[in-house]
Design a protein around this ligand. Structure first.
Ligand SMILES: *Cc1c(COP(=O)(O)O)cnc(C)c1O
Length: 426
């Protein structure tokens, strides 16, 4: 064996997996079972008491899901990961470990529309209060910090405009406040940006998007960077205080630099229940094997299409961080040198009506509410994903009435450009 550390593409294919010990199966089998037989009564008791690791019941863990967890942890440079049923489930499970009723977390205003909804409405009913900050103005994060702040949440590449967030600057604010920085890395994937390298303490993904990559399976994942000290000041009792569910053990003391991933599994997933189907884990693992190839093609196509749109007379502006004149180009060069992602927005001179008309005339692009598919996708956020926001909030979150969002797939770019050309012509 050489002592070379495997590169990203090698990890994407191999991390966490080995031939099945009983059958020799080379692809990771789908362990489609709810439960696992104990060796004996002592073994069962030690599994339930967290004294040993092993399979009990698929709501808590499953061998197919475990390969996915190990693979994404390796790609992100974390200590451990936990797969769950969706990206939104990942967000609930993470915050449940950090916030008590009445606590606050700071979130970047530029977020996936579903996250804005989840934070504003669903989390409020848990007593978790979101305080919004502007990712383009770091001082707004500093000003938002209060004694009740328990976390900061941002997206690396932000929906819907594809803007790039200055992760290092915000991680400095988090460090000073003594709270973990959570980064939703869905739009970048670890191929483009590894937030842990820039100071993130927790990374979450909707696996539904680029990691799975084929628009066929929902999933989410939480990656623990192993960087945060949960014992400080009794702020995180789920991690630092004795757990009555587990004979009084303290998770941080027992599990050290992967205590957060354990808490998410044994307190979050076990009790809230959003388990990932092993079938979905298999589909997503298969997708991850080609992540580097797909991501590069997604980015190269996106850049070509952004350039085409920027030169089109019907287009008022293009917001793609990969374009040299873009407001976020400097940050893109620093954080995402391989490409600025494949989700971006542009605005039409003809406003709201032109957006609606374009969406209905496109043929190769599918009109739907998703991103990160092999297929190219289009949506008009103001009338769909961001329709719940008032006009000012729409504009602030990058989803004004004249804005169209694209998620560029891996088709031939010439075909995508021809489709846009015909749909933009009067
Ligand atoms: C889709 C998405 C989510 C939510 O993920 P689901 O798998 O749909 O629950 C969260 N964040 C971002 C950036 C997303 O694109």
């Amino acid at each position: 064996m050489s002592d070379r550390l495997p590169g990203f593409s090698t990890l994407a294919v191999h991390a966490g997996a080995q031939p099945d010990p009983t059958t020799g199966a080379r692809a990771t089998p789908i362990y489609q079972t709810t439960s696992f037989v104990f060796n004996d009564a002592d073994h069962a008791a030690s599994l339930f008491g967290l004294q040993s690791f092993g399979n009990i019941y698929t709501r808590i863990g499953n061998p197919t899901n475990a390969v996915l967890e190990e693979r994404v942890a390796a790609l992100e440079g974390g200590t451990a990961a936990l797969a769950v049923a969706s990206g939104h489930a990942a967000q609930v499970v993470v915050l449940q470990q950090l916030l008590q009723p009445g606590d606050e977390f700071i979130a970047a205003r530029k977020l996936y529309g579903g996250s804005i909804n989840q934070f504003t409405h669903a989390f409020k009913s848990f007593g978790w209060n979101v305080v919004w900050a502007d990712p383009d103005d770091i001082a707004t994060f500093e000003r938002a910090v209060s004694p009740r702040t328990k976390a900061i949440f941002i997206e690396s590449i932000a929906n819907p405009g594809g803007s790039i967030t200055d992760i290092e600057a915000i991680s400095t604010v988090a460090r000073k406040a003594g709270v973990p920085l959570i980064v939703d890395n869905t739009l970048a994937s670890p191929y483009l940006i590894r937030p842990i390298d820039h100071g993130a303490d927790i990374v979450v993904h909707s696996l539904t998007k680029f990691l799975g990559g084929h628009g066929n399976s929902l999933g989410g994942i939480i990656v623990d960077a192993g960087t945060f000290d949960w014992s400080t000041g009794g702020k995180y009792p789920m991690l630092s205080e004795p757990r009555p569910e587990y004979h009084g053990i303290r998770l941080q003391e027992t599990f050290g630099n992967f205590a957060f991933a354990i808490a998410c599994r044994v307190l979050g997933l076990r009790d809230l229940g959003p388990a990932l189907s092993p079938f979905n884990a298999f589909m997503i693992l298969t997708g991850i094997e080609t992540l580097p190839l797909r991501m590069q093609k997604h980015c190269d196509n996106a850049k070509a299409i952004a350039e085409f749109l920027a030169g089109h007379p019907a287009v008022a502006s293009v917001s793609y961080a990969g374009l040299p004149g873009d407001k976020y180009n400097q940050l893109a060069r620093k954080y995402a040198p391989r490409g600025a992602g494949a989700v971006f927005t542009f605005s039409l001179k003809g406003g709201y009506d032109a957006g609606v008309s374009l969406v209905s005339k496109l043929q190769l692009f599918s009109h739907l509410a998703n991103v990160g598919d092999t297929r190219s996708l289009v949506i008009h956020p103001a009338s769909t994903t961001h329709s719940q926001l008032d006009d000012a909030a729409k504009v602030k979150s990058g989803a004004g009435p004249d804005v169209v969002r694209l998620s560029i797939g891996i088709e031939d770019k010439e075909d995508l450009i021809a489709d846009l050309e015909q749909a933009l012509s009067p």
